[in-house]
Design a protein around this ligand. Structure first.
Ligand SMILES: Cc1cc2nc3c(=O)[nH]c(=O)nc-3n(C[C@H](O)[C@H](O)[C@H](O)COP(=O)(O)OP(=O)(O)OC[C@H]3O[C@@H](n4cnc5c(N)ncnc54)[C@H](O)[C@@H]3O)c2cc1C
Length: 415
């Protein structure tokens, strides 16, 4: 069986794993990123790039190239209740360099990050390479067993970072289980074409008749979501497509003339939205970040930003020690791993608390049939609530900044 040796093996090429791979590689740390899929092309993964992530791209010298990608800028997130729109977040009021949320297909964002990482000689991205479990040696994790395109291989490393998302295989292999926070939701995604005569809505959630539909303006189409209680997808199946289309037409009237574009159940993609969190984010030789450490729900859409921030905090905390271990061959000091959770724990708990509260006082009340959840009205009457939400969604509770250097002189770096 083939064996690769590196300093850090990152499992998962999502926002957390790809960003960590770039940050480590640009500072001279050898890193292998494993991604089980053949490419980054997957729908409904969260295409939002927040003001705080834009700031990080700026700090990495990537913001101009990012803005060259086809993208849309969205300044507000609103809720339509009783036919009236209430803005719950307005990023244009934030005093930041990039006061908007950019929508970019997540595969373009990940391609940009991994292409930048690939300029550094210590970076290797292995696609179609699925982590099966960890390798242990002397009581610590010392690598990963991988099923790759040419068979099984072992990646041996000083540190394994599990960034393999909400259904983390590494988490399961080492036998740790996250604590579920609140109740899960069924979220059904679908697309409907956009016409020039449609309103300019940005991101808007429509509440009424015991239903919740989200609509995100993607210029040529509407990315739609339908939020329902766990198991609600079965209800949709049972009641049939005509009932679903009628609900959609009632709540989003300007789409009434094209609800038939949802022509079969296959046009509806079901994703489970859950919020959970690990108590402990590390073991000797192993660290969890992003959704693998704390799954985020799509509510208020800030899981991608949180995953990127985890990656930045990880690089800031560990790069120097990893470089030392790489250069001297001395053992890596595992006690340093606790610093990542310590830095990110409060911001994660507050972010998840906000998602849970939004779910409880917004979505759950709306689904209970009253159609009159109190939360949106709060934003209308109480201006600081909108300012807080703009800040939390746009920047997070504790925005991270890139503190690690780029080793430009390193042999082989391509400009
Ligand atoms: C329905 C839904 C909609 C959402 N919408 C938004 C949104 O609009 N905005 C937002 O900010 N957040 C959104 N979120 C949350 C967001 O998707 C996550 O918080 C974010 O993607 C976490 O990033 P990550 O890198 O930690 O994990 P992921 O994005 O899940 O990436 C994990 C990566 O690991 C790979 N992988 C998994 N297992 C293995 C393995 N064994 N070996 C190798 N590779 C593996 C996966 O293929 C994937 O590429 C949404 C979540 C859900 C469920």
């Amino acid at each position: 069986m083939e064996t690769l040796t590196t300093t850090v093996c990152v499992v998962g090429g999502g926002p957390a794993g790809a960003m960590l791979g770039l940050l480590l590689a640009r500072s001279g740390v050898d890193v292998v990123v494993l991604e089980k899929h053949a490419d980054f092309h997957r729908d409904f993964r969260g295409d939002t790039v927040h003001p705080a992530t834009l700031q990080i791209l700026d700090e990495l010298g990537l913001v101009r190239r990012f803005h060259e990608l086809p993208h849309q800028k969205v300044s507000t997130i609103g809720v339509v209740q009783d036919g009236k729109r209430i803005n719950i977040a307005d990023f244009s009021k934030l005093r930041v360099r990039y006061p908007y949320m950019a929508f970019v297909p997540q595969w373009d964002f990940l391609d940009l990050i991994t292409a930048e990482a690939a300029r550094h000689p210590g970076f290797r991205l292995l696609m179609r390479s699925q982590a099966l479990g960890v390798v242990r040696e002397n009581g610590r994790v010392a690598g990963v067993r991988v099923s790759g395109p040419d068979g099984e291989l072992t990646v041996r490393s000083t540190l394994v970072v599990a960034a393999d998302g909400r259904h983390s295989a590494i988490r399961e292999d080492v036998g740790v289980t996250p604590r579920l926070i609140g109740r899960s939701l069924d979220v059904i995604f679908f697309k409907i074409s956009r016409r020039d005569t449609d309103p300019d809505e940005g991101i808007c959630v429509r509440i009424g008749n015991g239903k919740v539909f989200g609509a995100t303006d993607r210029r040529t189409y509407w990315q739609m979501s339908y939020e329902t209680t766990k198991g609600g997808f079965e209800d949709v199946r049972r009641k049939g497509l005509d009932a679903f289309r009628a609900d959609l037409a009632a709540l989003v009237p300007f789409l009434a003339d094209r609800v038939h574009e949802v022509s079969s159940m296959d046009d509806l993609s079901l994703l489970e939205a859950r919020i959970d969190r690990l108590e402990k984010w590390h073991q000797p030789g192993l660290l969890f970040i992003g959704d693998a450490a704390h799954a985020m729900s799509p509510v208020a859409g800030f899981g991608v930003n949180l995953a990127v921030q985890d990656a930045v905090a990880t690089a800031n905390a560990l790069t120097a020690a990893l470089l030392r271990a790489q250069r001297t061959g001395e053992p890596f000091d595992d006690s340093r791993l606790a610093a990542v959770r310590k830095r990110r724990r409060l911001t994660t708990a507050l972010s998840q608390g906000l998602q849970r509260a939004t779910q409880r006082f917004g979505i759950d009340d709306a689904l209970n049939g009253s159609g009159q959840p109190p939360a949106p009205k709060l934003f209308e009457k109480f201006a600081p609530a909108q300012r807080l939400m703009s800040r939390v969604i746009g920047l997070g509770f504790r925005p991270e900044h890139v503190r690690t250097p780029e080793i430009r002189q390193r042999e082989g770096v391509q400009s």
